[in-house]
Design a protein around this ligand. Structure first.
Ligand SMILES: Cc1ncc(COP(=O)(O)O)c(C=O)c1O
Length: 351
């Protein structure tokens, strides 16, 4: 259990033995948190806490987060990108998976940044003390209030569409007028593109196909690059794509790496010094016994190799590589405990 205030984020008395944690199973391949066990009272125990006692103390339904599992997943992501990618890398936590002060503070203390998708998530990450250098605001329908909060905080805005691009281009002018400033810094942005990559996951969580509602159409890449390169109020630092969630194959992410490096090479034609590629999230996790996702390290290796190979082909220097896992980072650290009210037994069929 963790407290809901970052000041109260403690390791609950565990000994964190980095070596044994690094060698641990990949949390996304587990059904339960790494510390789950049945204790001598025949009760489920998580992180050394008896779940029945927790429910007695806090009531139910009760969300339980195993800090050790979350930290292990953070370290495995961070360490795998360091191991397999010779350039600079940064793992971001996609906080839509669970945004609260304690979780934000824990992932930040492991060196991760955070990807947020609303003003509320951005506010939470800021309150948890996450550095704005490592904060990225997503969304295909950001309000002016959310964009303003992002601009004032100095985080990077991942621009999803033309409308947003125009709003941001005008925002600096308006700010200068309102404050009488003549040199407001350009707004740091990334561009989200739709890579046109299909993957085998549920259609509702597939976002990489060409008619997805997210991101610019890559067929308009020239216009987008031209616009951004001529707009002094915008500082485009990177490109982003996210092909979907709960993906068990590695090939779509390798294909994505190749496509994104092609975009990067095109940016040179417009004099844009784009130095960051963000490949999104998407690694699946184990919800049922039969689910068999790749490990965090296997996924990271596939992506890093994809980017390295494509950069070699295009003779490009390695970009700073970002990824933003959500469910595979936190899902198996979480358990919800319920109290059974009443039950119905249909003999030999179902309880
Ligand atoms: C833009 C973006 N990045 C990252 C994620 C996280 O994906 P996952 O939880 O599959 O890792 C999502 C999920 O919807 C997303 O939309």
């Amino acid at each position: 259990m963790v407290s809901t205030h970052p000041a109260g984020v403690q390791n609950s008395g565990y000994q964190y033995l980095t070596d044994s944690i690094t060698a641990a199973n990949s949390p996304n391949q587990e059904l339960l948190p790494l510390t789950a066990r049945v204790n001598s009272h025949d009760c489920l125990e998580i992180g050394g806490c008896d779940v029945t006692s927790l429910v007695q103390q806090y009531g139910s339904p009760l969300y339980i987060l195993d800090e050790e599992t979350l930290r292990t997943a953070c370290r495995q992501y961070r360490d795998a990108f360091k191991r397999y990618y010779p350039g600079v890398s940064q793992v971001l936590y996609a906080s839509k998976a669970w945004s609260c002060l304690a979780v934000s503070a824990i992932v930040a203390s492991e060196g991760l940044g955070i990807d947020v998708v609303s003003g509320g998530e951005l506010y939470t990450a800021l309150q948890a003390g996450v550095s704005t250098e490592k904060l990225y605001l997503h969304g295909n329908n950001k309000s002016v209030a959310e964009l303003t909060l992002a601009i004032n905080s100095g985080c990077t805005i991942v621009v999803d569409n033309w409308q947003e691009l125009h709003t941001l281009a005008q925002a600096r002018g308006k700010r200068q007028e309102a404050r009488g400033e003549d040199s407001a810094a350009p707004i740091k942005i990334m561009l989200r593109l739709t890579p046109g990559i299909e993957c085998h996951t549920h259609e509702y969580i597939r976002t990489g196909h060409l008619d997805s509602k997210f991101g610019f159409d890559p067929n308009q890449l020239d216009e987008v690059f031209k616009f951004v390169s001529q707009e002094p109020s915008l500082n485009c630092v990177g490109l982003h794509a996210h092909i979907g969630s709960q993906i068990f194959e590695r090939q779509p992410h390798q294909d994505l790496a190749a496509v994104m490096v092609q975009w990067l090479s095109k940016a040179k034609n417009y004099g844009l010094a784009i130095a960051e590629l963000n490949v999104g999230g998407g690694l699946g996790m184990r919800y049922t016994e039969s689910d068999d996702p790749p490990s965090i390290a296997e996924w990271a290796k596939a992506i890093c190799e994809g980017i390295k190979n494509a950069c070699e082909v295009h003779a490009l220097p390695l970009p700073k590589l970002l990824c933003e896992p959500g469910r595979s980072l936190i899902g198996s650290a979480c358990v919800t405990a319920y109290t059974i009210g009443s039950s119905k037994i249909v003999p030999e069929i179902r309880t």
